[in-house]
Ligand binder design. Structure first.
Ligand code: ADP
Ligand code: MG
Length: 225
């Protein structure tokens, strides 16, 4: 009975989420259709409409990208992995964007490696989502520091930025689907991030001060060699 209960709870969460996703995709689709119809009726390409259509397509693309790897992690995809390696790879991914906005990114760590156990693609997504948010919180000229250290049974990672911070009243909404304060945000990044961390038996806490910056603190179980 308990298992079937859990199963139906899971289904309703999925149901709620997909209703939200469909809604978030339908809005831009409606707008794309509307502007295409306007152009069709006037038999002319309107560059302003084209820009709106492009913006809406990009929004749909963002939503689908954020949810691409958001599946239940499969045990058979779990391997031993080095969190510092994933952090390094992710930083490389954002190098050009960081240079463009004059943001310095660096990693500092103790020891040689930080081994945990998990789905590499999903854990990479965690780093991507958090570093992306950090970069988006920094207007121009700032820095992002990733710290890694080992404790007894745990691997700790902090991702700190000198960005605009998170206002007090936004805190309770972090990780809720579709919560965003950005004009073209999806509000899916943290929801996906928190779910992946939970599926890896990890923990996450956030500290933030407005106009100072934000630190996300992740704790993962340590993998023993
Ligand atoms: P999105 O980035 O699409 O808005 P997320 O789920 O990634 O969605 O983030 C939700 C919200 O949390 C953001 O809109 C922002 O208000 C806040 N947030 C997350 N990370 C940071 C950060 N590092 N600095 C400031 N605000 C943040
Ligand atoms: Mg985000």
């Amino acid at each position: 009975v308990e298992e079937s209960m859990r199963q139906s709870e899971k289904l309703s969460v999925i149901g709620e989420l997909s209703a939200g996703i469909l809604h978030e995709i339908r809005n831009p689709l409606t707008s794309i259709k509307g502007f295409l119809q306007l152009m069709e009726n006037s038999s002319q390409v309107n560059m302003d409409y084209m820009r709106i259509i492009m913006r809406e397509i990009v929004q749909i693309e963002k939503i689908t990208n954020e949810l691409l790897y958001f599946t239940k992690p499969k045990r058979e995809h779990f391997t031993q992995l080095d969190l510092s390696e994933i952090a390094q790879e992710t930083i490389s991914l954002f190098e050009t964007q960081a240079i463009k906005q004059q943001t310095e990114m660096k990693i500092s760590m103790n020891g040689e490696n930080h081994l945990s156990f998990g789905d590499r693609t999903q854990l990479k997504q965690v780093f991507v989502n958090l570093i992306k948010n950090a970069l988006e919180a920094i207007p121009a000229g700032g820095n992002i520091v990733i710290n890694l250290w080992s404790a007894d049974q745990e691997e700790h990672v902090t991702i700190s930025d000198t960005g605009k911070g998170i206002p007090e009243q936004a805190f309770q909404n972090l990780g809720k689907s579709f919560f965003t304060t950005k004009a073209t945000g999806t509000g899916l990044g943290l929801m996906v991030t928190y779910t992946i961390i939970k599926n890896h038996k990890g923990k996450v806490t956030v500290e933030s001060e407005e106009n100072k910056g934000t630190t996300f603190h992740l704790i993962f179980p340590k993998a023993h060699r």
